[in-house]
Ligand binder design. Structure first.
Ligand code: CUA
Length: 341
């Protein structure tokens, strides 16, 4: 096999690798975007693949040409060393061509991308507003709070009806977070003092657990995951009714504990990156708990352990719900803390 055949074989191998590589991106665990269950998510994925496809073609043409040129214009054995090749100064036509082609490609990409923005944004038309389900989303260090139209609450887990336009109204009580469930749509920041909205319409029931906070927000940012369950309209109505606000709802208090407290103090309050708090009398003392979780957190000079005010913005009912759960749990409440103890 002579030299040119080796190079040809390498080129073919290289091109084949480049062509096959993108196919692995769509596989589970690949680097491509997951399959979407909303039109908004579909539009985002289509833009992704169009941009990827154009970039791949350009990459292939450039790299194959580069390698061909390296081979074609290499120094031949018969050329004496230290001889310089021909010196070329400018080629107006080539320069115009390699400026115009990328400019046209970028223009096409820009026009295509902007043309898909309305689908991605998925804003409802004026007449559809009545059918929109609005849910208030509040980012906290380090969990998500959801408030539904009937004032029902959930923490970290969001329940949505299928085939209804969803409007998430995003806010934060402390630092910037970003709400992101890739199967549903793009990410949107939750910023203190600013209200952002996000629209989408889920078209498939199921559980979507790839959600993560998309903005670094502190030590437990990685634990700020989210789970979205899309259910039928009847199941959604039933869920809302079941979770209608109710004084001292122990099950809700448990999810509140898991979301707001357990990520740092452990599920059993035995301590994790935060200190052990099981049995601490503050947990069942409304005034002390109010001051700690709603007002100031733990941020004392000389005290190395910082705790954000995790319940900033909570209503009195939310504080009562958490206390009700702690009291229902003997280990957390400690001696004398539990009901009737
Ligand atoms: Cu919240 Cu990262």
């Amino acid at each position: 096999m002579n030299g040119s055949r080796v190079v040809l074989a390498l080129l073919v191998l290289f091109a084949a690798t480049l062509l096959v590589l993108p196919l692995t991106f769509g596989l589970p665990g690949g680097t491509g975007p997951p399959e979407a269950v909303t039109e908004s998510g579909d539009a985002i994925n289509q833009v992704y693949w169009v941009v990827f496809g154009m970039a791949a073609v350009v990459f292939l043409i450039i790299e194959v040409t580069l390698i061909a040129f390296i081979f074609r214009f290499r120094r031949r054995p018969e050329t004496p060393p230290n001889v310089e090749g021909p010196q070329i100064h400018g080629n107006t036509r080539a320069e115009i061509v390699w400026t115009v082609i990328p400019a046209v490609l970028l223009l096409i990409l820009a026009i295509y991308t902007f043309s898909r923005v309305p689908e991605v944004e998925a804003k409802p038309g004026g007449g559809d507003m009545g059918n929109v389900v609005t849910i208030e989303v509040t980012g906290h260090q380090f969990y998500w709070q959801y408030r539904y139209p009937n004032d029902a609450l959930s923490y970290d887990e969001l329940v949505l009806p299928i085939d209804r336009k969803i409007r998430l109204v995003l806010n934060s009580e402390d630092v910037n977070h970003s709400w992101w469930v890739p199967e549903l749509t793009g990410k949107r920041d939750a910023i203190p003092g600013q209200t952002n909205t996000l629209y989408f319409t889920p078209n498939t029931t199921g559980v979507f657990e790839n959600g993560v906070c998309g903005e670094f927000c502190g030590i437990q940012h990685a634990r700020m995951t989210m789970r979205v369950e899309v259910v039928s309209q009847e199941d959604f109505d039933a869920w809302l009714e079941e979770n209608a606000p109710e004084a001292e709802d122990i099950a809700l208090g448990e999810s509140q504990w898991e979301a707001a407290c357990a990520k740092c103090h452990g599920l059993d309050g035995g301590g994790d990156i935060g200190p052990a708090i099981a049995g601490n009398s503050i947990l069942t003392n409304p005034e002390a708990l109010d001051l700690l979780v709603r007002v100031r957190g733990q941020n004392l000079p000389g005290n190395p352990s910082y705790m954000p005010p995790v319940g900033k913005g909570w209503t009195d009912e939310q504080l009562a719900t958490l206390i009700a759960y702690v009291k229902s749990n003997e280990q957390l409440a400690g001696p004398g803390g539990a009901d009737g103890g």
